[in-house]
Design a binder for this molecule. Sequence first.
Ligand SMILES: *Cc1c(COP(=O)(O)O)cnc(C)c1O
Length: 422
Amino acid sequence: MNIESKCLYSGYSPKNGEPQALPIYQSTTFKYASTAQVAKLFDLEEDGFFYSRLGNPTVNAVENKIADLEGGVGALMTSSGQSASFMSLLNILGAGDHFISSGSIYGGTVNLFNVTMRKMGIDVTFLDNDASEDEIRAAFKPNTKAVFGETISNPTIHIFDIEKWAKIAHENKVPIIVDNTFATPILCRPFEFGADIVIHSTTKYMDGHALTIGGVIVDSGNFDWTGSGKFPEYTTPDESYHGVVYTERFGKSAYIVKARVQLLRDLGCVQSAECAFHVNQGLETLPLRIIKHSENADIIAHELEKHPKIESVWYPTLSSYPYQDRREKYLPKGCSGVIAVKIKGGREDAAKFIDSLKMISLLVHVADIRTCVLHPASSTHRQLTNEQLAAAGIEPNLIRLSVGLENTDDIMADITQALDKI
Ligand SMILES: *Cc1c(COP(=O)(O)O)cnc(C)c1O
């Protein structure tokens, strides 16, 4: 099947007389007739559900769908994108280890890496998204165990050169994790460019309707955990799980099984059946939505560029966007709905513009079916002075616009009337 059909059919195939729509298995636990059978489930000798912290049929169906969309061997849904980022790394690194990240990533992920994970003894080096091959190579240390980047970065809209970073990660025998939230597997499939692990905040386009917080980790099955001696957790017995050796027992699925039976078991940041059901509904129409979001954003970006009250627009399909080669390579079908816009004027003018919008909503969110805006200088970054904002690379007149599925004439009409107020 092609990806549009997989969005409808992967993960769940009802048998004769069963519900056509994926059922919500609203149950913490599952009933068995014999202790011997439950023992087999606990020993991971048989597949089956026993407690929804470790697995639930609704959640599992959606996991299998997302794994299929990305072209991976397995997936694990989590309670949020944040927990997916965290667990994707904690499944590889521990205290005393180090990883390398592109600096063009989501602000919440920067905090996680720079503050919380450092407190746990996990060290990170941030590199410029455009770092040269030599600069990336020079950042590796003996204890470096992973590389991380975002396909399309939130909110700076940079494109991560997955193939380049993957090549250098693999020269150093470490896996590369790509946050594919904004692109979704419809616009880009990072495994095709050498990524080993993909994560998503399903809160964004996968759900797409502003209903549920969630995340997912997808395993390509391609990374060799055995060769380098760097990943003993994979190749030696896990005493917390009856001495299982993940690479021996689970082969290509070692990473994603370990994430579930070790980390999800212990941390408990699990996705609920009902939220997974909503994500599944989002996935069914994702191919239509993400293409339309991209088309609408392309139209709005070009219109805004011509508007006299706009200072600059940053979107990959504009000729002013400097990374055309990366756009053509990684995002040939579209670049999502998110645009960065600077209006002429300062912090107050940007705020006045946003307060004058009628249809478009002011939200701390992106990637919704309804167009929304965020003004970092008066919300997420409001405690910063103009000088501090500049240091953080966020201008006081910067607005993040997430273009929805409305008629673009209506979106432009609202933007134009609000610009007229300043
Ligand atoms: C929103 C977001 C996250 C965090 O996801 P939550 O679901 O809000 O926890 C991570 N990465 C990217 C790119 C995001 O946009």
